[in-house]
Design a protein around this ligand. Sequence first.
Ligand code: NDP
Ligand code: 2IT
Length: 445
Amino acid sequence: MSPALQPHFDTVLARNPGEVEFHQAVAEVLGSLAPVVERHPEYVDQAIIERICEPERQLIFRVPWVDDQGQMQINRGFRVEFNSALGPYKGGLRFHPSVYLGIVKFLGFEQIFKNSLTGMPIGGGKGGSDFDPRGRSDAEIMRFCQSFMTELYRHLGEHTDVPAGDIGVGGREIGYLFGQYKRITNRYESGVLTGKGIAWGGSLVRTEATGYGTVMFAQSMLGAQGKDLDGRRVTVSGSGNVATYAIAKAQQLGADVVAFSDSSGYVVDEAGVDLALLREVKEVQRGRVADYVEQRPGARLVTSGSIWDVPTEVALPCATQNELDESDAKQLVVNGLLAVAEGANMPATPNAVALMREAGVLFGPGKAANAGGVATSALEMQQNASRDAWSFDYTEDRLQQIMTGIHDTCVATAEEYGAPGDYVLGANIAGFIKVADAMLALGVI
Ligand code: NDP
Ligand code: 2IT
């Protein structure tokens, strides 16, 4: 890291002890900014680096609820309102037992630059809870969401802070959260949450957007090299929202998607993933990947090793942070990997990223590659503000334009800063500069 930035990183480490994922995310962004602060010393002089690493507001609250056995349960809720220089705080809510402040802050920090890259007027935030939805009934999920919103509602608003989904939070949870917000405030304020159902203010394409956008980004990276996805072997980790629609779009573009996973193992389906069956198992039955294998002759479940052992040309990590490490990267490269687009947030470890890039693999970092989800959330907000509803095709076209724009911005910025083809540098610098300039214009706040 450059000498101008190192003291600020040391301060982040000292002020945020134990938040290892947050440290990792900050190191990755600051690691790209040396040429920027050389050209623009005002970013250091005006404390932009220090300010951008310090959330504007951090909320931690108790979430009490009663389970189906009548037992009192207590979880912890979080919302980190990181940066509102470009617009209202925007970012998802994650419900997973691993959630703690360090995870929410890493996700919120990434969101600042991702949202900036989309070109839409949205700031960065993230939230969630250590609540584990696995095995909980619909009624328990509803009571948890209602309790969570009973505290959080006072901090939200279509012009203030606009949550959406993330791991463990999909359309069902957004429904319960929106219902409670509407009841408490007595306002039908559609723009306060995104990822809503189509009948009650949602946008077509939002469900598909993150996975579709990730594949559009991979296609653009390959296209810049005169290649495409048609006929290529593709592996997608995870089997949730992002993974499902990454598989769908990759198949539409002619790829052979041969593997996917959940936290219990991975599935190899050499005949090509049966998307209709996967959706039935995950979205309707709320089952596990093992249930897919039971209903799909020829597919096999592997519960040891890693999905990245499966030979593939294009890897799309769409599960969670740090799920692809250095030894996975080594194996992928040995097996002939061409390109990676991160559908998840920070799924590849820093050593894995370095190894793949040194091997000449095209690498699309999450804050660029998975930005289609939040970009389409901003399109949902736009429809809500104008009380309009767009067609699927029109909305998908807008998503495609946004993803192409992000790709081209990364390429142009990397070239401008002397690192052609470096999508990590391009994304970090382009995302940062827009926010930094807005912060300078808005004064010391
Ligand atoms: P879902 O909850 O729909 O799916 C998550 C998937 O990842 C599940 O298959 C889950 O398996 C798997 N997974 C989660 N944790 C682990 C783990 N520790 N090890 C292995 N597998 C795991 O979430 P999403 O699809 O919405 O999110 C996936 C990723 O994409 C996250 O990193 C999220 O931050 C990111 N993202 C999501 C966006 C969105 O719009 N939803 C937008 C941009 C990024 P299991 O069921 O076994 O836990
Ligand atoms: O990580 C992400 O970009 C998301 N979970 C989506 C955020 C959003 O507000 O749509």
